[in-house]
Write a protein that binds this ligand. Structure first.
Ligand code: ATP
Length: 234
């Protein structure tokens, strides 16, 4: 296989004195969709925050392409080619959809134009004049992803993109992530919706107590159901 786009080794993370990540190992290869699975509190969100440098107290190795992310200040991480959509989505609620889409700075070559975004998200084209607060949860999630796609990142980190969304919208987000994958996007997502995760991902990492305790490839899923029952309760 090729070199990983994202390479995480022995990642330790701390909130103040509280030691939360105990040596996380993750590789994401170009074009892959990978999920982080695990119960509440396993350290999934903290892992994404540590990769982005939002969690400052961290040790270990995090490399994105040729860039050492541990030595990169948070405001420069996007320039290494990573976009992050947090659970709370981070759109500008008081601005319109169109304004939300024109604000993001281009950090790399290949950022999508607004026309490309509208092709991929026809509902955002229809809602261009609507204020962020007027959008449904699904529309907000799509806008949050679209904003990041405008910047030209190569790796998308998504924290529970399906949380709180109706099944039909979850399906729509799944189609969208598949379309992005088909265009070559690399995706690492935290997901509690196991059915959704298994439908879209090439590979899964199972986290427990701040560590990766298992790696499961798509084709191994059926054989690993016992382990998943045990660690996730699915
Ligand atoms: P969830 O789905 O509940 O977000 P998670 O796997 O993403 O689960 P994290 O949010 O990464 O888990 O939390 C990992 C651990 O860190 C938990 O024990 C949690 O209580 C703790 N933690 C999370 N945020 C903070 C914080 N801001 N300050 C202190 N401890 C925190």
């Amino acid at each position: 296989m090729s070199e990983p786009l994202l390479h995480v080794r022995g990642l330790q993370g701390f909130y103040g004195e509280s030691h939360v990540l105990h040596g996380v190992d993750i590789d994401v290869f170009p074009g892959e969709t990978v999920t982080l699975l695990g119960r509440n509190g396993a350290g999934k969100t903290t892992t994404l925050r540590a990769i982005m440098g939002i969690l400052r107290r961290r040790q270990g190795t995090i490399r994105m392409g040729g860039t050492d992310l541990l030595a990169t200040p948070p405001h420069r991480v996007a320039r290494a080619g990573i976009g992050y959509v947090p659970e709370e989505r981070g759109i500008f609620a008081s601005l319109s959809v169109a304004e939300n889409l024109t604000l993001p700075p281009k950090v790399a070559e290949g950022g999508m134009s607004v026309a490309e975004i509208h092709r991929l998200f026809p509902n955002l084209a229809e809602r261009a004049g609507s204020q962020g607060t007027k959008l449904s949860g699904g529309e907000q999630q799509m806008l949050a992803i679209a904003r990041v796609l405008r910047t030209g990142v190569k790796l998308l980190l998504l924290d529970e993109p399906t949380e709180g969304l109706a099944p039909v919208i979850v399906q729509r987000i799944g189609e969208l992530l598949r379309a992005l994958k088909a265009q070559g996007m690399t995706i690492l997502l935290v997901e509690q919706n196991f059915r959704f995760a298994s439908a879209i991902a090439d590979r899964h990492y199972v986290m427990e107590d701040g560590r990766v305790v298992a790696e499961i490839r798509r084709e191994e899923m059926a054989d690993k159901m016992d382990l998943l029952h045990e660690t996730l309760g699915v």
